[in-house]
Design a protein around this ligand. Structure first.
Ligand SMILES: [Zn+2]
Length: 256
């Protein structure tokens, strides 16, 4: 793997690397259904590949990814593994605490699981800053790509939609099955939406229930969005934009 992954270093190498790195990225994803065309690990993989490119440009270290997410609504489809949000907040805090005891002072929680992760990541980040005296930044691709997604022809944020499908086509083409992609556009959501571009409420979203997902699944196959609009080229533009933004965030932390 490229990038400076913690799990590939010895403890002596880590002791030396943390001095120049100054920042540790923690990729946080999920293992959950992503329609008939994307692998179960998509959310973890998009966070990992962003972390790798950013690590190569900045020297930041990358902690082993959190492969599991809070995915109760996706349990309707096979292969999804859901961990309770409170367990995830504790796990992320413990990862941060361990590394802070080894002298790491700055962290980026890199989110691959979209809005569902944000709340409990905020809980872990706030507690870490208050109790450990570290600095934590949450980096979310949905919020950090607001300026460009309309130009790319992407619709509202959904699931296994044209946005993450394009990203996966660009970075993990061998794991994708474009011929199996099918569209299932999300219904209009008056007043509430998960799309960061939505002018009304986006943060008071409540994850759906497995029963509701199971009801739509015979037609939706777990998709919410238009993955047939996806392309590897759109994924490249999206990826490069996010890498540029995250490099800027990490450069600021390294100079602090
Ligand atoms: Zn996803």
């Amino acid at each position: 793997m490229s990038g400076r992954w913690l799990q590939e270093l010895t403890w002596e190498e880590f002791r030396e690397a943390k001095e120049s790195a100054k920042v540790v990225i923690v990729p946080v994803g999920s293992t959950e259904q992503h329609g008939p065309h994307l692998p179960l690990g998509s959310d973890s993989m998009v966070a990992m590949t962003l972390a790798e490119d950013v690590s190569c440009q900045t020297g930041a270290l990358i902690a082993p990814p959190l492969w599991y997410g809070w995915s109760p609504h996706h349990m309707a489809l096979d292969g999804t593994i859901s961990i309770r949000a409170e367990v995830l907040a504790e796990l992320l805090y413990d990862v941060t605490e361990s590394l802070s005891r080894h002298g790491v002072k700055r962290f980026v929680y890199l989110n691959g699981h979209r809005i569902v992760n944000i709340t409990w990541m905020q809980i872990a980040a706030e507690r870490a800053q208050r109790l450990l005296g570290v600095e934590v930044v949450i980096f979310d691709p949905g919020y950090m790509s607001k300026e460009i997604v309309s130009d790319l022809g992407f619709g509202p944020l959904g699931h296994a939609d044209e946005i993450e499908t394009s990203h996966m086509y660009h970075r993990y083409p061998a794991l994708c099955k474009p011929e199996r992609a099918r569209d299932f556009p999300p219904p209009p959501a008056p007043l509430y939406s998960v799309d960061p571009r939505y002018p009304l409420d986006t943060l008071c979203y409540v994850p759906s229930t497995a029963a509701r997902l199971a009801e739509a699944a015979p037609i939706s196959k777990g998709v919410s969005g238009r993955p047939t609009l996806a392309s590897a080229e759109k994924g490249r533009v999206y990826h490069d934009h996010l890498v540029g933004r995250l490099v800027a965030v990490i450069n600021r932390l390294q100079q602090a």
